[in-house]
Ligand binder design. Structure first.
Ligand SMILES: [Zn+2]
Length: 107
């Protein structure tokens, strides 16, 4: 039951995901669910192809180079999140080093 609820929530996020409109927390949950739920992943693939196909037909051909597959889109999002996490860790480390430096300077 809980899984079903989660699937419904995830399925509402296909379009925001494709449009890069999810928050980092939502994106994290979305990507996690894609790895664990083959049903939603399959549906996402279909959705993505459909939406991108429709947009491709509507837009002029200049934008065709932006086309990535549904799997690539997921991978890019994962890399984006990983990059963000690394940045956060680096900022924390920098803060710790600064604190230590300040403490050492004061002594
Ligand atoms: Zn699911």
């Amino acid at each position: 039951m809980a899984v079903l609820m989660e699937c419904k929530e995830i399925q509402q996020k296909y379009i925001p995901f494709i449009d890069d409109k999810l928050s980092k927390r939502e994106l994290d949950a979305f990507l996690h669910h894609m790895e664990e739920c083959p049903d939603c992943k399959e549906e996402y693939d279909i959705y993505y192809t459909m939406i991108m196909g429709m947009r491709y037909l509507e837009e002029d051909n200049r934008k065709s180079s932006d086309w990535v597959s549904s799997d690539e889109k997921l991978r890019y999002a994962q890399e984006y999140l990983r990059h963000f996490r690394i940045m956060r860790v680096q900022k924390l480390l920098l803060l710790v080093i600064l604190c230590i430096a300040v403490i050492l300077l004061i002594q």
